[in-house]
Design a binder for this molecule. Sequence first.
Ligand code: GTS
Length: 218
Amino acid sequence: MKIHDWFNGPYPARVRIALAEKDMLSRIDFVSVNLWTGEHKQPEFLAINYSGTLPVLELDDGTLIAECTAITQYLDALDDNPVLTGRTALEKGVIHMMTKRAEIEFLDAVSVYFHHATPGLGPQVELYQNQEWGLRMRDKALRGMQYFDRVLQQQPYVAGDHFSMADIAVLGGMIFASLVKLAVPEECEALRAWHARVQARPSVQQWQRMVERGAPQN
Ligand code: GTS
């Protein structure tokens, strides 16, 4: 299996952390797509993913699966022990809901802020920017952090009692927020405590070490 991604991107991080949780990193060949030169917007990559985003999973038979949630669901099901995406109907429903909420209310909002209200990937890649929209999305992301803080005051993990894909999605938001220097409000103590706990997980540590090794040479 191959994954087309960029080594330190927040969305790619979601899949890399899921792979580390499942002890599957060694089964993947990573193909580097350079976001900073706009490789993901070139026809060659758009043929792989119409949406022009990373990551994309490519199976040995050529099947392409884009979207972090879809990729994680596929990978998690391979061993018939889908601990990240839910083993029961109830778990699946709640984890999916909270993952989607993490995207809509937090991670995607930080991403829009980055692309619209900061230099983003630079003038060669960011062909349209709307600063007002970007700033609104920054404020939405901050409200999202407050929402997840309230959730985590009630339960240890984003979707309940177990670490899941929903935690990884919120972690993606925290990774992106840190890249764009969007601080977690001081009063979000439960979110901060959860963040410290999940950052200590071996999967997240392993991802951190991959990032520290730096950009691939291909
Ligand atoms: N909904 C998609 C998913 O969940 O996979 C979003 C993917 C996404 O936005 N990926 C980022 C991207 O391709 C990668 S990164 O910014 O996290 O590194 N961004 C490039 C762009 O131009 O939007």
